[in-house]
Design a protein around this ligand. Structure first.
Ligand code: GDP
Ligand code: GDP
Length: 460
């Protein structure tokens, strides 16, 4: 069961250009197919390993009469109803227009999922328009340049979870989309949500030659990666879906990209940021180190970035097969890890050989565990019992003779775990006391290695 994407927006924002990019030469049908009206084009789209149906609502260029608005509205509504997800495009060089607002309203009412795209966003001339797009209230806009192929990775990232969810549904599992109509014929209530389990999203990052390709190939058990993504629009395609010992995972491949980039110098810059992008898409980031040169600047930077982005992190030390003195080396590694990446305290460090396959099971377990911790939720009652004990053990400081009172605590979010503490004078709370609490949470609720966010909130 494949995903259907409708590209909607006012004329001239660049819908057809993107359509052509997604569908490419495979455009089997333009116009006049049974079931597809003349104003809607439909084609088989590809983006990386994603396959989906694209509907383009272009074809209104020469409609200049007064009925244009009405026709656009009807056409868009039809496309929206046919689609699982709508890509709503604005022209970032022009900025928001009243017509854009009209489209936004249709989409807010009718569409299950909307991806907002600020197109023509190559270059700084589009910055203001991209910012304006936030005002539509449809979430963060993707910076896109359909003409230059920029932003395809971000589009991929937006589509991928939806496509995965569709694909994993057996046809008989497809939820009935019971849409209630009120007397105006408008849809009411919550849009149906696609709820199938998503594969665990893993990024493997590390310096060139750390062994990323070798590792992923070993996990795949075949040489699929080196063949790389397919030519064409897929050049910044980045992920592989696989079943690793019974767990569906999606692994972001940053190595394959770099190899391609060698061939195409022009892509060099694009591929450098690819590792960073992969971190953003991932739930768990595996930082792959070369045992011979572990914890180089570049490794530390990406590990720190992963922590700051709130990802679960697993450190994997590769090429373990060539180490002679394994015990001594492991001690050294652990010491360096604690010293150089204190913010990742307790994150799993596993040794592997991508070449021989040793340690891969350990790596997989570490990934699953890290993901589990990252998703952990601590019940509020337990948290507050814990907080009371922590306060007794070490009362908070009393700046200028007035003790800071911590009153109540709750876990506001997971992935990664985030906690809110209600307290008096949050601005006066020293960093060291927050750290005491975070480290305590980590230990007492068994959340090693995951970034923990603690927010202090004052009470009016
Ligand atoms: P549609 O009416 O929304 O389907 O828009 P088209 O795809 O026909 O594009 C309208 C115009 O915008 C054409 O001249 C395109 O070349 C131009 N265009 C499309 N995408 C981009 C882009 O990413 N950047 C820039 N600068 N121009 C674009
Ligand atoms: P990437 O740039 O991170 O994708 O690294 P590659 O996978 O291309 O590996 C770089 C080099 O390290 C290649 O020559 C691999 O054969 C070698 N290599 C990768 N993993 C291992 C390993 O576990 N042990 C040994 N001895 N060599 C490895």
């Amino acid at each position: 069961m494949s995903l259907t994407l409708a590209i909607v927006g006012r004329p001239n924002v660049g819908k057809s250009t993107l359509f052509n990019r997604l569908v490419g030469k495979r455009l089997a049908l333009v116009d006049d197919q049974p079931g597809v009206t003349r104003d809607l084009r439909e084609g088989e789209g590809r983006l990386g390993d994603l396959r989906f149906t694209v509907i383009d609502t272009a074809g209104l260029e020469d409609a200049t009469d007064d009925s244009l608005q009405g026709r656009m509205r009807r056409l868009t509504e039809r496309a929206v109803d046919m689609a699982d997800v709508c890509l709503f495009m604005i022209d970032a060089r022009v900025g928001l227009t009243p017509t854009d607002e009209m489209f936004a309203e249709i989409l807010r009412k009718r569409s299950k999922h909307v991806i907002l795209a600020a197109n023509k966003a190559e270059g700084a001339a589009a910055d203001a328009g991209v910012l304006e797009a936030y005002n539509l209230g449809l979430g963060e806009p993707i910076r896109l340049s359909g003409e230059h192929g920029e932003g395809m990775t971000d589009l991929y990232a937006a589509l991928m979870p939806l496509a995965d969810a569709m694909e994993e549904k057996q046809p008989e599992d497809v939820p009935q989309t019971d849409i209630d109509l009120d007397e105006d014929g408008e849809t009411e209530g919550e849009a149906p949500v696609i709820t199938a389990d998503k594969p665990l999203q893993v990024a493997v990052v590390g310096r060139p030659n750390a062994g990323k390709s070798t590792l992923i190939n070993k996990i795949l058990g075949e040489d699929r990666l080196l063949t790389g993504p397919e030519a064409g629009i897929t050049r910044d395609a980045i992920s592989l879906k696989l079943d690793w010992g019974g767990t569906p995972m999606r692994i972001f491949d940053t190595a394959g990209m770099r190899k391609k980039a060698k061939v195409q110098e022009k892509l060099e810059k694009l591929s450098v940021s690819d590792g960073l992008r992969a971190v953003k898409f991932a739930e768990v980031v595996v930082v792959l180190l070369d045992a011979a040169i572990p914890f180089e600047q570049q490794d530390l930077r990406i590990a720190d970035l992963a922590e700051r982005e709130g990802r679960a992190v697993v450190i994997a030390v590769n090429k373990w097969d060539v180490e002679d003195n394994k015990q001594e080396k492991l001690r050294e590694l652990k010491t360096s890890f604690e010293r150089l990446l204190p913010q990742l305290r307790g994150a799993p460090l596993v040794t592997v050989s991508a070449k021989t396959g040793r340690g891969l099971e350990r790596l997989r377990d570490a990934i699953l565990r890290a993901h589990d911790v990252w998703n952990r939720r601590v019940p509020t009652a337990a948290l507050n019992r814990w907080l009371t004990a922590m306060l007794e053990q070490h009362p908070p400081p009393a700046p200028q003779g007035r003790r800071i009172k911590l009153r109540y605590m709750t876990q506001a979010k997971t992935r990664p775990p985030g906690f809110v503490v209600m307290c008096s004078h949050p601005d006066k709370m020293p960093e060291s006391y927050s750290r005491y609490l975070v480290n305590g949470l980590r230990e007492d609720f068994d959340m090693p290695g995951t970034p923990i966010r603690l927010t202090l909130r004052g009470q009016g």
